[in-house]
Design a protein around this ligand. Structure first.
Ligand code: FAD
Length: 393
């Protein structure tokens, strides 16, 4: 490991990998440090992505466990809302194999010229005159100071690096979705469909998902708001009850636990010498918890902006702010803002209201499925929605 790089990336997830690749492709020196001994493992993810992932990377068939052609939303009263590609505006996607996917993304960064060190943990930030200048790295039983013109914090939901740099990264308990997931086999599922189960009895302020991993195999998981966790009402309690009812013959071959933030993004995602990307910047979708694509997009953007700023000889917050402004004005930034507001409405809905929404969507003419039509018809059947939709900006 060199003692100085142009850019140092903390974390080898999708955000860090895309950042490292972008920097190396710009011809600058770059290093990714990853605290785990293997990239991509253990997987803490349901691995679902929309097909817009192909705007960021050429999809390799070996990354894909399942191609998803549609989804089912199951209301608390058991009504099923079928979302097929025509209805959802071609929103098809994939369930990835992240053990392979994450590793290949880092591989691409390495092939572009980026250094990669696994089992290498950042344990502190180096800050001089208010500017982030590098990180202290524990590697192979030794501790090194590694300096960089820009540090990219891509250290995920449990991110500490930005906090060490004086940035408030606290996520309120009510906005942490606490998750448990089983990889299950021997279950009867449609391999082309993902399913979402809603309801206070099923998953309070969250949902249960079944994401197909191919024939008779799926990621079956739950996320519920941290504030709803109590003795006997933990995510695992809800998930086990669901499995006993719906998938009694399934066999569990893997268990993971993890957290997802469902809060607003950090107020500012740059500082002097620092850019924060992906989950570390709280950029996962507040409704679905999905964050792979957002991490990839912001990682790539961060790498590009870091390279430009270094070329211009100015890595101050004033220059790096281009990154913050660009993602906030992007499709992703606008969706995060809107979806936070929608989530705030959704979590307050009683089960009867959810049933009523699903029932009215089932009555819609899907031939003329557009947002205006959807809102008009939803309000026609559920006039109480007018008040909530009126608050959407
Ligand atoms: P990460 O992928 O978390 O990568 C961060 C990396 O930084 C990790 O490898 C970590 O080990 C490393 N690191 C942390 N601290 C240090 C340190 N001090 N030094 C060195 N390395 C460090 N998203 C979706 O899009 N679809 C889904 O279906 C989906 N399902 C999910 C299900 C669950 C149960 C959970 C918990 C999350 C899910 N997500 C999903 C979210 C998704 O996993 C994240 O949004 C995505 O991984 C974010 O990428 P990232 O690069 O920002 O962070």
């Amino acid at each position: 490991m060199q003692s100085k790089y142009d850019v140092l990336v903390i974390g080898g997830g999708p955000g860090g990998a895309m950042a490292g690749k972008a920097v190396a492709e710009a011809g600058l020196s770059c290093c990714i440090v990853e605290k785990r001994p293997a990239i991509g493992a253990p997987v803490r993810c349901a691995e679902g992505v929309g097909n817009e992932i192909s705007e960021l990377v050429d999809l390799d068939p070996k990354w894909i466990s399942s191609k998803i052609e549609g989804a089912q939303l199951i209301a608390p009263d058991g009504q099923v809302l079928e979302l097929n590609p025509e209805m959802a505006g071609n929103e098809v996607g994939y369930v990835l194999d992240r053990k392979i996917f994450d590793r290949d993304l880092v591989w691409k960064a390495a092939n572009a010229g980026c250094d990669v060190f696994v089992k290498s943990r950042a344990s502190g930030a180096i800050i001089k005159d208010g500017k982030v200048c590098g990180a202290t790295i524990e590697h192979g039983g030794e501790t090194f100071d590694v300096y960089a013109d820009v540090v990219i914090a891509a250290d995920g939901v449990e991110s500490k690096f930005a906090r060490w740099c004086g940035i408030n990264t606290t996520v309120p308990m009510a906005e942490i979705e606490t998750c448990v997931q089983y990889l299950m086999t021997n279950i009867d599922i449609d391999p082309g469909l993902n399913a979402f189960y809603l309801g206070r009895e099923v998953a309070p302020e969250g949902y249960i998902w079944i994401f197909s991993k191919g024939d008779r195999t799926a990621n079956v998981g739950i996320g519920i708001s941290g504030k709803m966790c109590k003795d006997g009402k933990r995510p695992k309690d809800y998930l086990d009850a669901f499995i006993a009812e719906h998938l009694p013959n399934g066999k569990i071959i893997e268990l993971i636990v993890g957290g997802v933030s469902a809060c607003k993004p950090l107020e500012c995602t740059v500082a002097d010498g620092l850019i924060i990307v992906g989950d570390a910047a709280r950029l996962s979708d507040p409704i679905t918890g999905g964050g792979i694509i957002n991490a990839m997009y912001t990682g790539k953007l961060a790498g590009e902006v870091a390279a430009e700023s270094i070329a211009a000889g100015d890595c101050s917050k004033k220059t790096l702010i281009k990154y913050d402004t660009e993602w906030r004005n992007s499709k992703m930034g606008k969706a995060l803002k809107r979806n936070y507001q929608v989530k705030e409405i959704f979590i307050k809905l009683k089960d009867e209201k959810l049933n009523s929404i699903v029932s009215s969507v089932n009555k819609l003419d899907m031939e003329i499925f557009d947002t205006k039509y959807l809102i008009r018809e939803l309000v026609k059947y559920n006039p109480w929605l007018l008040k909530d939709i009126g608050t959407l900006k």
